[in-house]
Design a protein around this ligand. Structure first.
Ligand SMILES: Nc1ncnc2c1ncn2[C@@H]1O[C@H](COP(=O)(O)OP(=O)(O)OP(=O)(O)O)[C@@H](O)[C@H]1O
Length: 371
């Protein structure tokens, strides 16, 4: 890729974005789609918004770019309150899931469209279209029409069109979800590199947790129009604030239990010794969580949780196997280096630093020593 700095009129300075206590209710809806939402997106970085279908991701993007008014609260780009600023004047570009290209226009005309709307002179238009096309590696396709392109090429045109004006803020709504898995992974890497080159403050919506973890500098997890957790992706993965987050980013084994001093008691009457420092008051109900990849076969260790589990089924994933287990009246999953035949009993360990303790309400439990 070439090093080209796209500059927006008035100088290029990607702003941080602040969404401050924003609420919005769609006309006729009983509940707000955004409910007192407060998030921030660092300048010049990729913020990824994830959450289940209907949690308000697209609505938030549409509010950021000015296609939807907010009900209350404020949206600021740096120091500027943009809540009442027209979409065209916010310096924002948006890439959609469905490309939204003009079928009768060539690639070059599609990319040039925002420049035409802004009355950019022809010579400057040509220069910018070529530079944007080179950045997304479609410079040899400029004379084709969309029907003559693959899905990946069409999405590149959509991205070139979005960046051609040098936006300070780039919003992307599931831009890769129409592509096959292999192309998606390739494009994800390219997008991350492209974003670093153009430097725009980028807000990226997806419901793919792998994409979210791979792309995000800053991660926001939405649930029913409110923030469930936000922060650095690695921190959120290691210390999910709730069962909802833990299960959304990967899957988590969960076992309901009750404290019994140094032991945990399960519904089937079984008990297991808690690692030192994780004692739970007698009678306290909680939910213990651990990830499949954090279970290991090994000799008992006083600092680890030990589970006796029966193998129900093994599935080869490639380099390792997903082993379905039955333990403490629950179905659990472990990722182990080798497949294990069904019917075998295993002693499985989970090291203390990989245990997550949640209260019965599903929030991360404070009190126990936390890794
Ligand atoms: N114009 C509208 N009028 C009324 N309700 C709407 C409107 N747009 C969206 N909604 C509702 O608001 C909620 C949030 O929609 P939104 O598209 O923001 O969710 P999302 O998180 O992007 O979902 P998905 O992942 O399925 O795209 C949904 O229940 C949706 O039906």
């Amino acid at each position: 890729m070439q090093h080209i700095r796209f500059s927006a009129g008035g100088g290029f300075a990607p702003p941080p974005i602040f969404v401050d206590n924003v609420s919005k209710t769609h006309a006729g809806a009983a509940r707000p789609v955004l409910d007192g939402l407060t998030v921030s997106c660092p300048a010049g970085r990729i913020t990824v918004i994830v959450g289940p279908s209907g949690c308000g991701k697209t609505t938030l993007l549409r509010c950021l770019c000015g296609l939807e008014p907010i009900g209350s609260g404020a949206i600021r780009f740096g120091d500027a309150d943009v809540g009442n600023v027209d979409a065209q004047k916010r310096g924002v570009a948006m890439v959609f899931q469905n490309y939204a290209l003009y079928p009768s226009k060539t690639v070059a005309e599609n990319i040039a469209f925002p420049l035409r709307m802004a009355a950019v002179p022809k010579a400057e238009r040509l220069r910018r279209v070529e530079a944007a096309a080179r950045l997304v590696r479609i410079e040899t396709l400029l004379e084709r029409v969309p029907a003559q392109l693959s899905g990946g090429q069409r999405q590149r045109v959509g991205i070139a069109r979005a960046i051609v004006r040098g936006p300070r803020v780039l919003l992307m709504d599931e831009p890769l979800s129409n592509l096959d898995t292999k192309l998606r992974v390739e494009m994800r890497t390219e997008l991350a590199l492209l974003q670093r080159q153009i430097g725009a403050t980028t807000v990226y919506v997806t419901h793919d947790q792998t994409e979210a973890l791979a792309l995000a500098d800053h991660l926001i997890i939405l649930r029913e129009g409110a923030v469930e957790q936000q922060g650095a992706p690695g921190d959120i993965f290691r210390r999910p604030a709730s069962i909802f987050v833990a299960d959304f980013l990967g899957s988590m084994n969960l076992i309901a239990a009750e404290g019994a001093g140094a032991n945990l008691r399960f519904g089937d009457g079984g008990e297991m010794r808690l690692p030192a420092g994780h004692e739970i008051a007698a009678g306290e109900r909680l939910i213990l969580g651990f990830r499949a990849e954090d279970m290991r076969v090994g000799p008992p260790d006083p600092r680890s949780l030990c589970l006796n589990a029966d193998v129900v089924r093994s599935e080869l994933l490639g380099t390792d196997s997903l082993v379905h287990l039955s333990a403490a009246n629950q179905v659990l999953r472990a990722r182990l280096a080798v497949p294990v035949p069904a019917g075998q009993r295993l002693a499985l360990m989970v090291d203390a630093e990989h245990l997550h303790f949640f209260s019965a309400s599903g929030r991360r439990r404070s009190g126990a020593r936390d890794p």
